[in-house]
Design a binder for this molecule. Sequence first.
Ligand code: GSH
Length: 203
Amino acid sequence: MAKKLHYFQLNGLAESIRYILHYAGEKFEDVRYERSAWPIQSVKETLPYGQLPLYEEGNKSLNQSLAIARYVASKTGLLPSDPWQQAVLDAAVFNIYDFWGKCLAYIKETDATKKMAIKKEILEEHVPYYFSRFEKELKMNNGYFGGKLTWADFILIGIIETANLFFDVTIEKNFPTIVALVKTIQALPGVKQYISTRKPYTV
Ligand SMILES: N[C@@H](CCC(=O)N[C@@H](CS)C(=O)NCC(=O)O)C(=O)O
């Protein structure tokens, strides 16, 4: 069945999905739109909520990055079968997306002074707040959110790499367990190969 992932030429909300698909060895069409050309009305009109990412499998399609990531993860052993464990990981990804919400405020702000103030707040307050908690959770669970590699770990790295691109920093640098997890995922079979061939992202 043909698989397609539509998103921008950016890591953003799709890179964790791309990583999972590459790790799984899935063949998929990685459809990318240039942000400078967006909105492409003819594409936007076909999207259920006018936004990307969108994942297609045969004649079925799915929006919402977390729903897509969770689904593709479930097909490759990255989602535990125990409902409690699933809920713990769901909570982890929502916590990660709460942090992403802070980053979004920065990305969307157009006033340069306000933008700098948001960046300062993120780097000085939100990163320590969220990342110390992620670090603690990972440390307690063998270096992963769920005791072994799961989709939640992929969600974290996708958001970290995107935040680092926008803020031009290494936000995880003071959190050794997170640094180790990022390195582990970047070195996974499939993922490593994909990273070595992907076109660099710019903002
Ligand atoms: N909650 C959605 C958010 C999707 C979203 O905000 N997509 C943005 C890019 S990150 C988008 O499509 N922006 C272009 C537009 O709204 O026209 C998800 O996680 O997939």
